[in-house]
Ligand binder design. Sequence first.
Ligand code: BV8
Length: 301
Amino acid sequence: MAFTAARPLIPPQDLKSFQEHLARSKRVLALLGAGLSASSGLPTFRGAGGLWRTHDAMQLATPEAFNRDPGLVWQFYSYRRHMALNAKPNPAHYALAELAKKNPEFITISQNVDGLSPRAGHPANQLKLLHGSLFDVKCSEFFCNYLETNNYTDPIVPALALPTDESDPTTNEAIKVRELDISDENVDLPEVSLRDLPRCPQCQRGLLRPGVVWFGEWLPRDVQRDIDRWTAQPENIDLIMVIGTSAKVYPAAGYVDSARNKGARVAVVNTDKNDAPQGGMYTNDWFFEGDAAVIVPELLK
Ligand code: BV8
């Protein structure tokens, strides 16, 4: 029986041309999405079994949803905080952190709120968390500026504890069990009353909310300013790596074109060949099909 060598993970010619370009590159960007953390056990938003398939996150990741039913929205975020706390950074998170330590002109724009890039030791000044973090909490009152970062209390209040009959909620079986279709009004999630939700310790009035950017909300001005200043510098951008993102959410997805307009070549890492950035792939781009946790460390070797 003829043994055929397993297909190389990355076509050798593509790997060589990418690594040669990376070695010559000075100014490098990365745009990260939920697919980067998939191999850490955190569901993506749109992928198979993704967060949005069973949780209607568009329904939940908005200020309107929070105003309408803060208990339900907190259950959604408390569950994600718990999963993220019990997940670990994967080799791709570490490889990107190592590249940042070697190249101060490498800036990472992350759409992820799961905290895994910071936990992998990614230099904070080179990691721009565009959509905030599950572990920041802030007051929901417009006039109050209370913000607490690095809040890892799990659950953040007793009323948000996962039902005790859960097996380890971070296991895939439990996640499947847990992923009730909560957009279905027939699903009776335990109610969490307003008085049991976390309150702002500063103004003593407002409810605390997750420190993430919801749909319809402005992105953190300081983060956008940093990125815009970096991309607006006169020198060219040599490369943008687009890792584990469907690149459908703006303004994050727009940074691919911004980089292209500054001369960048584009390298996409995605399990889905169809998930190229808006505007498609150019002839001298790279598309590396596969799991970011395996591909990225190989590329950045
Ligand atoms: C804004 C935090 C200005 C919360 C997130 C109407 C009203 C208001 C705004 C809009 C509107 N219509 C459009 C907009 C703009 C809107 C937007 O872009 N909407 C989209 C849906 C069209 N944007 C906004 O609202 C932004 N703000 O515009 O402000 C403004 C202000 C007021 C009024 C008007 C405008 C704010 C956007 C931020 C939303 N918050 N997250 C939370 O997480 O709960 S976005 C959230 O979804 C994530 O952060 C992430 O960015 C996004 C999901 O994208 P991905 O990360 O790409 O995940 P996805 O599942 O889609 O893809 C995973 C990919 O990985 C797939 O391609 C898959 O194939 C691949 N993959 C899977 N496994 C692997 C893998 N790849 C590699 N390896 C693997 N193992």
